[in-house]
Design a protein around this ligand. Structure first.
Ligand code: SF4
Ligand code: SF4
Length: 381
């Protein structure tokens, strides 16, 4: 079941009222949380961005969920493992910039500064038979997911299930990107992580979404709605309708449907609240990355080599905008970015795994995705 409620702005009174109605639609807080339980609010803090840039969960939504839980009697902590190293000093700066420091102070929640992690066996996993997870997740009695509706250069769409990738500590995320290089295995990896983290409920902030070069370099797009669901994959099926994309064109959802984790159509989802059709953004800009699919599962190596070098999209660095921070090079899972005279260069196009972490983590939007003429043509079909 998914709750859908119109929310026109981040005015706190409006957001709080919508969150209260959402809890009612979903059966009440008591259905998910016992009084006194330790609850982690897993928000999306991908990088140090101001709330109006729409890359992170808006603090008004986080504050409202936290306030309702604190008033109910839960012990609430707000946390995420953003891109880059998982360190207390970086967390402090990100919490301040994204408005989480204030959201916590005003709601009575705490902020997570525990950057430890542990390895857990995951025998049911399709891609990850063991997962290294931040201890903030496993030390909580319950996890509540509060994601942001966004486009994504690699996965096309980022919503409920993708947000749980932030339960993986810092640079281990780059290891998983490298282990699960193609989009199909990365979709399995994301699904394994979401199932392991097991959020009891997910809220989706789609008051202002991000379109275009998401998850950090795109443009804010007003949608005016807050959704919630018990099943993150089912909630994403509804999210995909809002961005006017069919689930089978989102690799993670295609995998989740095949795995029997959710319905294949939003029309099969029980919806409570407003009509989803009121919020569909017909011209929502979703990145095209068909190059990831037409290769099939095991193309011959020479074909793969040619396509990777000449056809597949690749990151391009705008050296005029670049400030030489080297975050892209430090976080590249394939280690194919070299800094020369404080500017990044892609030194091996064939080995680039097209994860676009470089674009995601660039603080200056100095990385764009270049598409060949052949790829642009293929994207039309
Ligand atoms: S260059 Fe960018 S897209 Fe390529 S592997 Fe490195 S981080 Fe990923
Ligand atoms: S992350 Fe962006 S600003 Fe920093 S070195 Fe790379 S391209 Fe330049």
């Amino acid at each position: 079941m998914v709750s859908i409620k119109k929310c026109d702005s981040y005015n706190y009174e409006e957001v709080l009222s919508v969150i209260k109605e959402t809890w009612e639609n979903m059966g009440g807080i008591e259905k998910y949380i016992k009084k006194g339980e330790k609850v982690l609010l897993k928000v999306n803090l991908v990088m140090r961005k101001a709330p109006e840039e729409a890359a992170t969960t808006h603090p008004a939504v986080v504050r409202a969920v936290a306030q309702t839980l604190v008033e109910y009697g839960a012990n609430v902590t707000i946390g995420d493992s953003p891109g880059g190293p998982f360190m207390e000093t970086l967390l402090k700066s990100i919490y301040k910039h994204t408005g989480m420091e204030e959201a916590a102070a005003l709601s009575g929640a705490s902020l997570n500064f525990d950057t430890t992690s542990s390895l857990h066996q995951n025998p049911e996993g399709h891609a990850l038979k063991a997962i290294t997870v931040a201890n903030m997740v496993t030390n909580a009695d319950k996890v509540i997911n509060i994601c942001k509706l966004k486009s994504h250069s690699m996965t096309r769409y980022s919503g409920a299930a993708k947000n749980m990738f932030g339960t993986i500590p810092g640079t281990t995320k780059a290891e998983y990107h490298f282990t699960c290089q193609d989009i199909e295995s990365f979709s399995k990896c994301l699904t394994d992580i979401c199932i392991f983290a097991n959020p009891v409920i997910t809220f989706m902030d789609a008051v202002t979404a991000m379109e275009g070069n998401g998850p950090t370099a795109g443009d804010p797009r007003h949608v005016g709605v807050i959704l919630a669901g018990e099943n993150p994959f089912e909630l994403d099926i509804c999210g995909s309708r809002i961005i006017n994309t069919v689930p089978n064109e989102i690799p993670l959802l295609k995998h989740a449907i095949e795995r029997g984790l959710c319905a294949d159509d939003y029309k099969k989802v029980e919806i409570k609240g407003d009509n989803i059709e009121n919020f569909v953004v017909e011209d929502f800009k979703v990145p095209q990355n068909k190059s990831m699919y037409f290769l099939g599962k095991n193309p011959p190596k020479f074909v793969l080599k040619f396509i990777n070098k000449h056809i597949n999209p690749k990151p391009v660095f705008d050296h005029k905008t670049c400030i030489g921070c080297a975050d892209c090079a430090k976080n590249c899972p394939a280690k194919v970015i070299e800094m020369k005279n404080h500017k990044p260069y892609l030194i091996d196009t064939e080995k680039c795994i097209r994860c676009f972490c470089c674009q995601e983590l660039c603080p200056k939007k100095a990385v764009s995705v270049h598409k060949s003429a052949v790829l642009k043509l293929l994207s039309k079909f």
